[in-house]
Design a binder for this molecule. Structure first.
Ligand SMILES: [Zn+2]
Ligand SMILES: [Zn+2]
Length: 309
């Protein structure tokens, strides 16, 4: 009989999201307070499917681009593509960016952008060019970049590329004015974008950045138990292929169907007191499902981009 009582009690203290059990209700409340469970967390089934999809995507990339760097180089002079000024990109609100780095400095360890690519949501190239770095290149890293000195000879100077990309991203919106889900500035997708933007000396607000290397559901060392693990392929890959790969992952994550909430973030003012200490008694009387109802995400789920104008 005693066992039965205990099991009902345990059931009552079971997290509605991760199913962890707690001996005491206050432990469950504390767990909910700190775990930021939400409808935007990757679920176990979605995770398996996503992992399969990423695996498939990587295989496809490997299979369809077995070419050697020399082949890419042969088209070096045809490398410049610039549709940034054309009217056809006016409606493009999401773009992917990737760079290829060569080495600078006395030991060649300084990363310098030598090739850049910008694509739209449909994998069309908006801008692609070799880039002439501000300081001399001391290591072309040919094995992994496929870039030879002659490709950079007629390359566009970094300053020009910087301005072009900066202007295209802001799309006429002053940088200080750029806010999420408003205005004309474009959403920027990439993998490790801080490094790319740094090397291009482009400044762009974090609210507009969708980085597959920083997105909690995709992180290896994420607190999310169901996090999706993946790697963007490294090695001799053209920036265009990096753009295509990250854009696919972004679109996949954006298309997830999650519960629509007026205030989806724990940091939204409306949610600030959801698990406040002064509500402790009230919280301890709630069911696990009721607690889940008021629990919000601590990161900006990319599904929210699909609701923006
Ligand atoms: Zn939990
Ligand atoms: Zn979501």
């Amino acid at each position: 009989m005693e066992y039965k009582v205990e099991s009902t009690e345990t059931l009552r203290n079971k997290c509605a999201a991760c199913y962890r059990q707690f001996n005491r209700i206050e432990h469950l409340v504390e767990h909910m307070r700190t775990s930021y469970h939400s409808a935007h967390e990757p679920m176990a089934i979605a995770k398996t499917r996503m992992q399969k999809y990423i695996q498939h995507q990587r295989m496809q990339n490997l299979l369809s681009h077995p070419r050697k760097p020399g082949l890419l180089g042969r088209f070096a002079n045809l490398g410049i593509r610039d549709n940034t000024e054309s009217g056809s990109t006016g409606g493009t609100q999401v773009v992917a960016l990737a760079c290829k780095m060569v080495g600078g400095g006395s030991d060649g360890s300084l990363d310098l952008c030598a090739k850049v690519c910008l694509t739209d949501e449909y994998d069309n190239i908006i801008f692609q060019s070799y880039v002439m770095p501000l300081i001399p290149v001391t290591n072309y890293r040919y094995e992994t970049t496929g870039i030879r000195p002659e490709y950079l000879r007629d390359a566009i100077p970094l300053r020009q590329v910087q301005k072009k990309i900066q202007d295209f991203l802001c799309n006429g919106e002053p940088k200080w004015k750029i806010r999420l889900r408003s205005g004309r500035a474009r959403i920027l997708v990439g993998h490790g974008l801080d490094h790319d933007l740094d090397s291009l000396q482009v400044e762009y607000p974090q609210v507009m950045i969708r980085d597959t290397a920083k997105y909690p559901p995709l992180l290896k060392s994420s607190k999310l138990s169901n996090s999706l693990k993946y790697d963007i392929q490294t090695g001799i890959q053209d920036p265009y292929e990096d753009c295509v790969a990250t854009m696919k992952i972004y679109k996949r994550m954006r298309s997830q169907v999650h519960k629509v909430e007026a205030h989806p973030l724990a940091s939204d003012t409306q949610n600030r007191n959801n698990f406040a200490a002064w509500r402790q008694n009230e919280l301890e009387r709630m069911s696990p499902d009721q607690m889940m109802e008021i629990s919000r995400s601590d990161y900006n789920c990319w599904c929210l981009d699909s609701y923006s104008g």
